[in-house]
Ligand binder design. Structure first.
Ligand code: UAG
Ligand code: ATP
Ligand code: API
Ligand code: MG
Length: 490
């Protein structure tokens, strides 16, 4: 595609050296190291480095043109825009021929429950024999093929390429998690969402967002964007949790039709006759298209909310309620979310991805409701992430558990002991131990557990690594828990 055609979607730009030098562009690239001859290199200001500093390298590697925020006086056609991140989203959408306009796209945002809701939706659409694609924390899925992802919500280039690939592979519905980082950085600007879902908002990411208002504002961008990207004539829906205190603000952020869900009797899609059990959950799904009774294998009230969110979105997409029921009944659970580790031991062991104060509280509350005896929790907090959640998570662990073992969860570039000190600094309760080595911590919890006790290993869920410094070491809570249980049995 000609450079002039690619940039035709940018309303204002300065063609520093374009003049008559319109060139053919083979691909778009944001990493100078990956540039191939004839690519358009887009300079992105990052958190570690500034892509503008790599423009010369990109040209050395063959870049045919560059998109920048300032004139770099390099001898290739140069387009100058005020914000290259936003421009990247627009030009990649154009370059890949607006893939999201051609494919129904569902976006899920909120602090907790995004991944779970996307997998519920996948199961619902698959019950209808509709091929789905998923972009999110665990992986990228195109039908049954899976690929690793760099982020929960990847950068605009990866995203547009991926949606295009989904379209080419006959995916009929794309479902993606939309993180607040992505919304704030404009990674999804250029995506035409048909349905936007909000799960909930509680504390997280205050290392990135200035305060909770800022965090909420980032989330609200998904709803502000709904229906504003392209006019393709499709109806748009905002599916919003009515029981969340931020409901009104989010509702006001969109001009599209709102489907409120929750326990509130004014909700359009709600759950009645809820029964929560350690083996599953049952409720009546009450919706404008009918009522059905659902017996789900998912555990905990928070999962009722996730099921309502997915059901409301599916209803908006025209899925019959009988299909929704059978999907909710069939799904065994989501990898690393309240996942039992059972190798014949007389106590329960659960691996869960709770890594925020609210999710930890939800999971522990759920466990407490069913616990016959002691609860042991193994939990840590991520390095280079929100420090203010650390003491809150430790206090929540001790509020519900009989004994906590605080440990490491991806310390990244921080000293693990500093993170543990942040967690434990305000504790007056002494029913805990600090064991920085996560494997040892899991072994200790498993060794302490007796018949009918419950061991919760929180924070890493599906993750298969422990990041220390900049190195990711192989580590899987589920494998380590199994190893600990088997070694105890000997
Ligand atoms: C803070 C943050 O979000 N950083 C993201 C950002 O990286 P960065 O700013 O460090 O990039 P950088 O390394 O400084 O590079 C800047 C630019 O220079 C370019 N460059 C760099 C080096 C070079 O030699 N040549 C070159 O051209 C890079 O390709 C890039 O375009 O851009 C990268 C590429 O898109 C992202 O992968 C990276 O996410 C990092 C890995 C991350 O951990 N992000 C987290 C905070 C995040 O986004 N999390 C949310 C999930 C939250 C949740 O679900 O709870 C998510 O959506 O994943
Ligand atoms: N609706 C919910 N409300 C509160 N907590 C939840 C909810 N759903 C799941 N959880 C808890 O949060 C954890 C993470 O769930 P999930 O992976 O679905 O969320 P997420 O929003 O995708 O998280 P992330 O931001 O890390 O991608 C679960 O393991 C569970 O402990
Ligand atoms: N999407 C979240 C995941 C956190 C998972 C937890 N294990 C950690 O490393 O803190 C983040 O990037 O903040
Ligand atoms: Mg997720």
């Amino acid at each position: 595609m000609k450079l002039s055609e690619i940039i035709s979607v940018l309303p204002f730009y300065d063609t520093a050296t374009l003049a008559d030098n319109d060139v053919e562009i083979n691909d778009i690239e944001i990493d100078s190291k990956k540039v191939k001859p004839g690519d358009l290199f887009v300079c992105i200001r990052g958190f570690r480095v500034d892509g503008h500093d790599f423009a010369a390298e990109a040209i050395y590697n063959g870049a045919g043109a560059i998109l920048t925020e300032r004139n770099l006086n390099l001898f290739v056609p140069t387009i100058i825009v005020p914000d290259t991140s936003r421009a990247l989203a627009m030009i990649t959408a154009k370059f890949f021929d607006f893939p999201s306009a051609k494919l129904p796209l569902i976006g899920v945002t909120g602090t907790n429950g995004k991944t779970t809701t996307t997998y519920l939706l996948e199961t619902i659409f698959n019950q209808l024999q509709v091929k789905t694609g998923i972009i999110g924390t665990i992986q990228l899925k195109v039908g049954n093929e899976t690929y690793p992802v760099p982020n929960t919500t990847p950068n605009a280039l990866f995203l547009q390429k991926t949606i295009r690939k989904m379209k080419e592979k006959n995916v009929s519905v794309a479902i993606m998690e939309v993180s607040s980082h992505a919304l704030d950085m404009g990674r999804v600007y250029g995506c035409d969402f048909d349905i936007a879902i909000f799960t909930n908002l509680t504390q997280d990411h205050l290392d990135y967002h200035k305060n909770m208002d800022d965090y909420l504002h980032a989330k609200s961008l998904l709803f502000a964007q709904l229906g504003n990207t392209y006019d393709n004539g499709r109806k748009k829906f905002a599916v919003i949790n009515m029981d969340d205190p931020h409901y009104e603000k989010l509702k006001r952020s969109t001009a599209q039709y709102v489907i409120p869900y929750g326990n509130n009797h004014d909700a359009l899609v709600k759950a009645k006759n809820i029964r929560l059990d350690i083996t599953g959950t049952s409720f009546t799904l009450d919706a404008p298209i009918g009522n059905v009774h659902v017996n789900s294998k998912l555990i905990g009230m928070f999962n009722v909310y996730n099921m309502l969110a997915a059901s409301a979105a599916a209803i908006a997409a025209g899925v019959p309620i009988s299909i929704i029921k059978s999907a909710l009944e069939i799904i065994p659970g989501v990898s690393g979310r309240f996942e039992p580790v059972q190798v014949g031991q007389p106590f329960a062991t659960i691996v869960d991805y709770a890594h925020t104060p609210d999710s930890l509280e939800n999971v522990l509350q759920t466990i407490k409701d069913f616990a016959k005896r002691n609860i042991y929790v193994v939990v840590g907090c991520g390095g280079d992430r929100d420090r203010t959640k650390r003491p809150l998570m430790a206090a929540i662990a001790l509020k519900y558990a009989d004994y906590a073992i605080f440990t490491s969860d991806n310390p990244r570039t921080e000293d693990p002991q500093v993170i543990l000190d942040d967690m434990t600094q305000d504790l007056t309760d002494t029913h805990y131990d600090v064991v920085a080595d996560r494997k040892q911590a899991i072994f200790q919890a498993v060794y302490l557990a007796k018949e009918d006790d419950i061991v919760l290993i929180a924070g890493k869920g599906h993750e298969t690594y422990q990041q220390i410094g900049n190195v990711k070491y192989k580590f899987d809570d589920r494998e380590i828990a199994k190893e600990a249980i088997l070694s105890k049995g000997k």
